[in-house]
Design a protein around this ligand. Structure first.
Ligand code: G1P
Ligand code: ZN
Length: 558
């Protein structure tokens, strides 16, 4: 009978969850008790509720996931958790964890992922706690977890408990007279069951099999991340798409050396295949399956801000929304406002929240929000409390199956009706932290100085008048909690915006994100980079970014 051991430990600095959980280099997590401290602090933050509870545990298949699952099993046994639902081989996509937490009404879940960050021994790992609503823990909880990591002196574990996770099934252990159950579950079953409830999958299947006379070829890219088994099961087995419709569908610990982030830079292979091949639709997902990128024939690119708007406008094609209706829309602050125009047309409320999925959860729980998204390739709804990549691709396919249009024509028709929010994001990755912090301070001083509002700024000969400028803050309309300093924004009188913020998901250094958007009612077919160049120019001058970062060009342009 395995026994509980109390291990003495001491705090590590910097165990502060960022935009989405604690993310650090693998080698940081490998330090003695580093992982144990954080897991114990998660459980301590739920004190009183942990004994006798059920938790979900799984991750994106990256290096260290299996080892950390094993540690979590032992620490949960040591802390009186009564049951764990663990993905087979430690595999569970982030939206699947959310789905399973909600379906089985568990206390929450621990997600092992650094999302779209590269994996492998020299790269990133991450641990995130999701609450009983299935969503990422709110700031109050993550702050509490962080506070506990600064005081921790002991953790409890059951070192002798041996629990293999390579086969599905129930294992029961007697831990000092209490039964501790580990249920190793199929990673896809519950998620697929939910997709069957939401969508008319047979209609999507007919489209993908070319029935009804319309040939429609898709290429779905798992980027060697966690979505592989989901893609294989849903697109090939369930929907009957040919096996050649999927690529990179085996989860690899280092993602095959790829950077599993579905954007035009890191998913370039998919973009090239769709551009040169006979495909009507391409989609890629990130390491943990919550992000998506959608492209059409000839690699026609859909910005995530537009994708959100198109899906919101087409929600009636989806049985889930037909029967439940759509309560409201939301987007993160830097996301272009295309969805706002759809909300206006449909008479729906629209919310603007800080960056990070955790801010959508309260609105969903209160029944005020149904469909939301972020410019960072995140789209989702109240079916779970995470963004959901595969769901977004299925949503697009449902809309296309109903309309009979191509991706490009869908987009162009949307712009003709609503106008177009041109959008671009420049990322300057892994810059030195101190000069970036200084740059942000100086920019904040500039834009909040008296007289800045009302001033005229000129880029490439085009003049814009500043209407307002601030450091974005948000009060949650449900619990009235306030999030401050969520990004510097300059709003011009024509509605164009410049937004600049520092990333909260990086594992080292600083990443500067510059977001530009501009609305055009009739001139909707231009090239986004050409259209936005004057504003980019203004942003670079105003922030003096090239000097502070030493970078002449961004790492990634979206
Ligand atoms: C980034 C994105 C943000 C997203 C988060 C998690 O955060 O910008 O929209 O919610 O990843 O996927 P950031 O690195 O900008 O803090
Ligand atoms: Zn992700």
């Amino acid at each position: 009978m395995p026994g509980i051991v109390t291990v003495n430990t001491s705090p590590y600095e910097g165990q502060k969850p960022g935009t989405s959980g604690l993310r650090k280099k693998v080698k940081v997590f490998l330090q003695e008790n580093y992982t144990e401290n954080f897991v114990q602090s998660i459980l301590d933050a739920n004190k009183g509720a942990v004994a006798g509870s059920t938790l979900v545990v799984g991750g994106d298949g990256r290096y260290l996931v299996k080892e950390v699952v094993d540690k979590i099993i032992k620490i949960c046994a040591g802390n009186g958790v009564s049951r764990l639902l663990v993905g087979q081989n430690g595999i569970l996509s982030t939206p699947a964890v959310s789905c399973i937490i909600r379906k089985y009404k568990t206390l929450g879940g621990i997600v092992l992922t650094a999302s779209h960050n590269p994996g492998g021994i020299d790269n990133d790992f991450g641990i995130k706690f999701n609450c009983a609503n299935g969503g990422p823990a709110p700031d109050a909880t993550t702050n509490q977890i962080h506070a506990l990591t600064t005081q921790i002196s002991q953790y409890k574990t059951v070192p002798d408990l041996v629990c293999p996770i390579d086969k599905c099934g129930v294992q029961k252990f007697d831990v000092e007279g209490q039964t501790f159950t580990v249920e190793v579950i199929d990673p896809v079953d519950d998620y697929l069951a939910l997709m069957r409830e939401i969508f008319d999958l047979p209609a999507i299947g007919r489209l993908l099999r070319g029935e009804g006379g319309r040939k429609f070829n898709v290429l779905i890219d798992g980027m060697n991340g966690v979505t592989g088994p989901y893609i294989q099961r849903i697109f090939v087995q369930e929907l009957g798409a040919p096996p050649t419709s999927v690529r990179r569908v085996t989860p690899l610990e280092d993602f095959g050396g790829a950077h599993p982030d579905p954007n035009l830079t890191y998913a370039a292979e998919l973009v090239e295949e769709v551009r040169s091949g006979d495909y009507d639709f391409g989609a890629a997902f990130d390491g943990d399956g919550d992000r998506n990128m959608i492209i059409g024939r000839n690699a026609f690119f859909v910005t995530p801000s537009d994708s959100l708007a198109v899906l919101a406008a087409g929600a009636a094609a989806v049985p889930y929304f037909r029967s439940r209706g759509v309560a409201g829309l939301a987007r993160s602050m830097p996301t272009a406002a295309a969805a706002d125009r759809v909300a206006k047309e449909l008479g729906l409320p629209v919310f603007e929240v800080p960056t990070g999925w955790k801010y959508f959860g309260n609105l969903m729980d209160a029944g005020r929000l149904s469909i939301c998204g972020e410019e960072s390739f995140g789209t989702g709804s109240d079916h779970v409390r995470e963004k959901d990549g595969i769901w977004a691709a299925l949503f697009w396919l449902q809309v296309l199956a109903a309309s009979g249009l191509s991706v490009e024509d869908t987009m162009k028709e949307h712009w003709r009706k609503f106008g177009r929010n041109y959008f671009t994001r420049y990322d300057y990755e892994e810059c030195a932290s101190a000069p970036c912090a200084e740059m942000m301070l100086s920019l904040e001083r500039t834009i909040t100085a008296p007289g800045f509002a009302g001033s005229v700024l000129t880029g490439q000969g085009k003049a814009y008048t500043v209407a307002a400028a601030d450091d974005f803050s948000y009060m949650d309309p449900v619990d009235h909690s306030v999030a401050m300093k969520q990004g510097l924004r300059i709003i011009f009188t024509d509605g164009s915006r410049i937004v600049m913020r520092l990333s909260g998901t990086g594992s080292s250094g600083a990443t500067v994100r510059l977001y530009i958007d501009s609305y055009e009612l009739t001139d909707v077919l231009g090239d986004a980079q050409d259209m936005l160049r004057p504003l980019v120019d203004i942003a670079l001058q105003l922030s003096d970014l090239p000097r502070y970062t030493g970078r002449a060009a961004p790492t990634v342009i979206t």
